[in-house]
Design a protein around this ligand. Structure first.
Ligand code: NAD
Length: 504
């Protein structure tokens, strides 16, 4: 059966994605159905997508197991790499198409989707180069044995992705999983499933053996996601999403003792010292507050500003907010699209209310856009709260909306104390013209990624992940492979004798 891809369908007709990709075939759901994908810019359905239930996940896991035990594990590493490269090259030719679909499905601005998705092929190429680089070690013991370790693939991976960066999240899991020699069942968010099925189409064209990558959209709790988490034959869950969901996955997967990597939320501090290059710092801080309409785990949602430049930075934020072009995601001029869902819009507006009630000073924004061409969508104004204290909920809890919380501080020690006073620990940024201070402060910040005089600089080769409540394990970098490999120690006797301890 072939999937009917109606991408780019005219606005009035719903694009149809009626099939799942399992075991190298396009198949109708057994116990799933069809779900509507809502276009955040209009609040209306734009696509109908097949979703799978438990029986579909069971089929997909069986296909992934068969591929893992069969052709994929027997394929020489350089041939796996060649397949990954072919896939990466095909993916590169689809960037524009994928960006347009992701922008429509998730609401992120097209220019931003292009910039992100345009890099994915390089991620896949880099991971392809690692298929034969996960070496073991030889271990000196004594001359009676030869002891060595091998890094072997974990097996079948359930990759569960969020709605904010659907293709990036899939890329960060598929790349290392395939490089390690694992097979994958990919479950995108029920809010943004379209591009995962497009990705399956590229997998098919690249010629991967059947079952190496399976794509099953579906719901989380009580649906395909939970079945993946509980499935006894899934060896590992690679998850990006909310902390509460990660805990639910841990609970439901406890009986199978599978492995987990978790990329969760953040409340990242973005620290501006008085000696910083103020233009650059404000560019980065405002950009990182509103990119993706605030729906990225890495954003600097807590802006810590040294008191001598505090008023200046607050004024600059207000000025920049007025320059943000909030608009339809498909318009190439748009800086910031809508929130990805009604639920996310409601959450942001609720937190704006909380900020007001807690006594933070709302200096700009703070409302839904309710008139003109954007009225039907989930658009919200870029919002800035000043005079925030780190005890306020808007400084402690992840809002996932375009809401910056500006917090004043005095001196390095206080900046570090505020920065680290969080349950999260994903990313952090700091701006200073003093190189020594840059090193000093970076070394004391408890976060998985610290940027000095830059922000959100991320590459395939740089490990990404969090301390504390921001997650377990790392994506990207050589460290990403660790999450998809087991270590086997082999000890071989060099004498061929084993004394009989019971002989006397
Ligand atoms: P979410 O946790 O609601 O959903 C993520 C995925 O989990 C979806 O595919 C969903 O269907 C599935 N799911 C939900 N309940 C499940 C269950 N009980 N068992 C198995 N699967 C289940 O997250 P979201 O709202 O889609 O994404 C936003 C969150 O993701 C934010 O908290 C954000 O910070 C985080 N995020 C983190 C990173 C990172 O790299 N650290 C990147 C992007 C997003």
């Amino acid at each position: 059966m072939t999937q009917e891809f109606a991408a780019g369908a005219v606005a009035s007709a719903l694009a149809e994605y009626p099939l799942l990709y399992i075991g190298g075939d396009w198949v109708a759901p057994v116990d799933g159905g069809m779900l509507d994908s809502i276009e955040p810019a209009t609040g209306k359905p734009w696509a109908r997508v097949a979703y799978g239930g438990e029986a579909d996940i069971d089929r997909a896991v069986a296909a992934a197991r068969k591929a893992f035990d069969g052709p994929w594990s027997r394929m020489p590493a350089h041939e796996r790499a060649a397949l990954m490269r072919r896939f990466a090259d095909l993916y590169a030719t689809r960037t524009e198409h994928l960006a347009a679909l992701e922008s429509r499905d998730s609401g992120r601005a097209l220019r931003e989707a292009r910039a992100d998705i345009g890099m994915h092929a390089q991620y896949y190429h880099w991971f392809a180069s690692l298929t034969d680089k996960h070496h073991g070690r030889t271990i000196p013991v004594d001359d009676s044995v030869h002891a060595f370790t091998s890094r072997v693939p974990i097996g079948v991976v359930g990759a569960i992705c969020p709605w904010n960066v659907p293709l990036m999240s899939a890329c960060w899991k598929l790349g290392p999983a395939l490089a390690a020699g694992c097979t994958v069942v990919l479950k995108p968010s029920e809010l943004t499933s379209v591009t995962a099925l497009e990705l399956a189409r590229i997998i098919e064209e690249a010629g991967f053996p059947a079952g190496v990558v399976n794509v099953v959209p579906g719901y989380g709790a009580g649906g395909a996601g939970e079945r993946l988490a509980t499935h006894p034959d899934v060896n590992k869950i690679a998850f990006t999403g909310e902390g509460a969901t990660a805990k639910a996955i841990l609970r439901s997967s406890a009986d199978s003792l599978k492995r987990h990597t978790f990329e969760l939320g953040g409340k990242s501090p973005h620290i501006i010292f008085a000696d910083a290059d103020m233009d650059q710092a404000v560019n980065a801080a405002t950009n990182s507050a509103w990119t993706l309409c605030g729906q990225s785990c890495a954003l600097g949602s807590r802006v810590l500003v040294e008191r001598p430049v505090y008023d200046r930075v607050v004024a600059a934020f207000t000025e920049r907010a007025a320059q943000v072009r909030v608009g339809l995601p498909a318009d190439p001029a748009t800086h910031m699209g809508p929130q990805a869902s009604q639920q996310q819009l409601d959450k942001t507006l609720r937190y704006i209310g909380i900020g007001r009630n807690e006594g933070a000073r709302l200096v700009t924004g703070g409302a839904r856009i309710e008139s003109g061409a954007l009225a039907a969508g989930y658009f919200v104004q870029p919002t800035v709260f000043a005079d925030v204290t780190n005890t306020m909920r808007i400084a402690r809890e992840e809002i996932f909306g375009p809401v910056a919380a500006i917090i004043p501080f005095d001196g390095e020690d206080e900046a570090i104390a505020i920065a680290n006073d969080t349950s999260y620990g994903l990313t952090a940024g700091l701006w200073t013209s003093d190189l020594g201070r840059g090193h000093r402060v970076a070394a004391r910040i408890r976060a998985g990624m610290v940027w000095v005089n830059t922000y959100r600089f991320i590459r395939w080769s740089t490990p990404y992940g969090g301390f504390g409540a921001s997650g377990w394990g790392r994506e990207n970098g050589l460290e990403a492979l660790d999450g998809y490999l087991e270590t086997r120690t082999t000890i071989i006797s060099t004498h061929g004798t084993f004394p009989n301890a019971y002989a006397q």
